[in-house]
Write a protein that binds this ligand. Structure first.
Ligand code: NAD
Length: 279
């Protein structure tokens, strides 16, 4: 089986995140969109961040409100400090606070290392790493100001960094991306260590190959799919809901004792599949 298409949707408990306020960056596409919708299904109010594509973002917000929760689309470039600060201030003003940050926004600018421009290197680091840091910093300030509200959650706040299997798997032709995700791993762990005493849980989800616009070339022809399957022991490409479900679980009190962990959601991609035949 190569995908979950046709399989019934997994039901998310509607009260799991009731009363919580979530911000998902880069939420008008792919994994971010599915995550924002899933958080709404779990009962959270959701801010859908986007940098381009207002209409798509507003559609996502509309879809979320169908779950009977609040949602709004906010424009901000996560790599711009002033815009991130303004977005967080607006969320606190309009939604009261923030309980869950999903630092998801990310991009690729691929090139062989010897041809990669400084601009391509910098753009990916700015969005994928600095963008996550700025959002995490601003969310943590609000978590600290507000503290634990026991009726809402056991934690004062939850930060989930969207990493990648490429935080540990080197990736030829993508040195900027792999470096950014390697950075996310150590940033996440350091933030987790620093903020845990304040009851803030920082964790990461590391997707494997998920069918989204970011990696179209890896799955849009039968040959590309076949190539990809060699890297996936579970023999199906992931979909955005696989990641969204993991984020919802990690954000909930079901995982209250999980701190500084990376949850690989990759169909076994990090299991050195090349060694399946003995190496
Ligand atoms: P996508 O291209 O569909 O989504 C990325 C989102 O980030 C888009 O909405 C884009 O507009 C947004 N974004 C880009 N720059 C931004 C900025 N400066 N400010 C705010 N938003 C910005 O791709 P996706 O696959 O859904 O990727 C989401 C995350 O998952 C990324 O961090 C990516 O690295 C990670 N990831 C994806 C895969 C995969 O196989 N698809 C695997 C591992 C990790």
């Amino acid at each position: 089986m190569s995908s979950t298409e046709g399989a019934p949707q997994i039901a998310i408990p509607a009260h799991l995140l009731k009363g919580q306020k979530a911000l998902v960056t880069g939420a008008n596409s792919g994994i971010g969109k599915a995550t924002a919708v899933a958080l709404g299904r779990a009962g959270a109010d959701v801010v859908v961040n986007y940098v381009a594509g207002r209409e798509a973002a507003e559609k996502v917000a509309e879809e979320i409100t169908a779950s009977g929760v609040r949602a709004a689309a906010y424009e901000a470039d996560v790599s711009d400090e002033d815009q991130v600060v303004a977005m967080m201030n607006r969320m606190v003003q309009e939604f009261g606070t923030i309980d869950i940050l999903v630092a998801n926004a990310g991009l690729q600018r691929d090139a062989p290392a010897t041809e990669m421009t400084r601009a391509e290197w910098q753009k990916v680091l700015d969005v994928n790493l600095t963008g996550q840091f700025l959002c995490a910093r601003e969310a943590a300030k609000e978590f600290l100001r507000r503290g634990v509200v026991p009726e809402v959650s056991r934690a004062a706040g939850k930060i989930i960094c969207m990493s990648s299997v490429h935080q540990i798997i080197p990736w030829t032709g993508h040195v900027n991306y792999a470096a950014s995700k390697g950075g996310v791993q150590m940033m996440m762990q350091t933030l987790a260590q620093e903020l845990a005493p304040k009851r803030i849980r920082v964790n990461a989800v590391a997707p494997g190959a998920i069918k989204t616009p970011i990696n179209r070339s890896a799955w849009d022809t039968p040959e590309a799919q076949e190539d990809l399957m060699r890297l996936i022991p579970y023999k199906r490409i992931g979909d955005s809901d696989d990641i969204a479900n993991a984020v919802v679980a990690l954000a909930s009190d079901l995982m209250d004792y999980v701190v500084g962990a990376t949850l690989y959601v990759d169909g076994g991609m990090t299991l050195f599949p090349g060694f399946a035949t003995g190496g």
